[in-house]
Design a protein around this ligand. Structure first.
Ligand code: ATP
Ligand code: MG
Length: 253
């Protein structure tokens, strides 16, 4: 295994799920073996691959509740070289079922560890909050990728996220590193968007990804086709950007 990447931001609708799917598919296109993990009870990642997040079983809830299971045991086919650990709505109650368990923050990490030789990249999608499901993702991960929407005050919310991340690093997972901050939904040819990226660069310096994901309608349409953008419209601006991101992420492994 090369990397376990958690994609997180407690702000909703910033492109987390879209990034997990397309970074994953682009890495698979490069020849890597990829597993995507849906830790969001909304199940958007799961539904994007055509699985029903109300019915699918086993799911990532099984991973969290059953200490003996491995990631591999819950995986479904996604595309060539890419598997998906689907979520179902049971994930919401899992947080409560685990309240008394002393190892509740480490269940996903243990399941991923059991499958570590089968994948090059494991990429984990998280819900828009910093609850127990996101904590499990950050404990299982060695790298964190933070998508931020390219808009005014985009970086608001990233500081408290990073503070929580460093708490997890100091107390539970010393391996956790910031892979980078990824600007998403960038308005092409907009001086305003360009200014925001400059501001992100000033704040995050070397931790701002070189790749910027443009606003592209195809990103919103692709899930309905059960395909990643990089497969559905490989020449679209979003597909080109996600392929570049995959190169950036795999380059410095
Ligand atoms: N580059 C893009 N261009 C245009 N639309 C996009 C782009 N990226 C994502 N979208 C759309 O924006 C919406 C939010 O994206 P996405 O679901 O990936 O965000 P999220 O952070 O996972 O949201 P949530 O916090 O609700 O899980 C979706 O409808 C998605 O299709
Ligand atoms: Mg999402």
């Amino acid at each position: 295994m090369r990397r376990v990447i958690a994609v997180a931001n407690q702000k909703g609708g910033v492109g987390k799920t879209t990034t997990v799917i397309n970074l994953g598919a682009a890495l698979a296109t490069l020849g890597y073996r990829v597993a995507l993990v849906d830790m969001d009870s909304q199940g958007a990642l799961t539904a994007s691959f055509g699985y029903d997040p109300y019915k699918v079983d086993p799911s990532t809830s099984t991973l969290l509740l059953d200490r003996t299971i491995s990631l591999t045991q819950v995986l479904r086919h996604g595309r060539q070289r890419l598997m998906v650990a689907p979520a179902n709505s049971e994930l919401l109650s899992v947080e409560y079922k685990l309240l008394q368990e002393s190892d509740r923050t480490m269940r996903l990490q243990q399941a991923v560890e059991r499958s570590k030789n089968e994948f090059d990249f494991v990429i984990i999608d998280t819900p828009p909050n910093l609850g127990l499901l996101t904590v499990n993702a950050l404990v299982a991960a060695d790298h964190l990728l933070i998508p931020v929407k390219t808009e005014y005050l985009a970086m608001r919310g990233v500081r408290p996220l990073l503070e929580s991340v460093w708490l997890i690093r100091d107390r539970i997972n010393p391996d956790l590193k910031l892979l980078g901050v990824l600007p998403t939904m960038y308005f092409p040819n907009s001086p305003h968007s360009a200014k925001i990226v400059q501001e992100l660069k000033r704040v995050f310096k070397g931790k701002l990804m070189h790749t910027v994901i443009p606003l592209d309608e195809v990103a919103a349409v692709a899930p309905a086709t059960r395909q990643a953008v990089v497969d559905y419209k490989p020449n679209s601006a979003a597909a080109v950007a996600y392929r570049r991101l995959a190169e950036e992420v795999s380059d410095d492994v």
